[in-house]
Design a protein. Structure first.
Length: 182
């Protein structure tokens, strides 16, 4: 997403300055106009933001378990009573979020490294499942040196992701149109 943003906006005279911070803070800073945009947003993450017509990418929402777990996703009832690690203020899709809130026991991590917190909790057996983008989870576990401790149990959904622009900025509609370019 950073490279996409650079290719689209730098030729238009903008400098892309990407900062890695927690999602809730990124949304807050963009909402107040401190940031111009957030990268990798679902429409439901920030419905008040300005979105390009077409997505800039896709996320695959995966359900990850410990490697030795025999758990499988066999429909909604297989989530019943499971402790599921999520990240505060992330959107996982209405279907999955609805199932988790009615059937499972959600556990939300926040702060600067919430995925690492959920990975450690899963590793320690304090969570049964972690919900995360497949690529991001694999990258994070590889960076922590624990990739072989987990397995992808199920890809729940594939969703479009966007560069979403601040509702506070007067340039957002123009930038979203620029983000629409192939």
């Amino acid at each position: 997403m950073v490279e996409i943003a650079q290719r689209i906006f730098e030729p238009l005279g903008y400098t892309v300055n990407y900062q890695t911070i927690n999602w809730a803070r990124a949304l807050l800073y963009a909402r107040t106009g401190e940031f111009d945009a957030v990268l990798g947003a679902l429409r439901e993450d920030a419905p008040d933001f300005v979105f390009p017509e077409n997505p800039q990418g896709e996320t695959q929402v995966g359900l990850f378990v410990r490697r030795n777990s025999n758990w499988q996703f066999d429909g909604p009832q297989s989530l019943k009573g499971r402790h599921i690690g999520l990240i505060l203020d992330y959107a996982y899709g209405e279907d999955l979020q609805g199932l988790i809130s009615t059937l499972a026991i959600p556990s939300y991590a926040g702060g600067d490294h919430p995925l690492n917190i959920n990975i450690r909790k899963l590793q320690a057996g304090r969570l049964d499942i972690v919900v995360e983008d497949v690529g991001i989870f694999r990258h994070a576990t590889a960076s922590l040196g624990v990739a072989d401790h987990f397995r992808l149990a199920h890809v729940f959904s594939r969703e479009d992701i966007f560069i979403a622009f601040s509702p506070h900025s007067k340039d957002s509609a123009r930038l979203a149109r620029a983000g629409h370019r192939p």
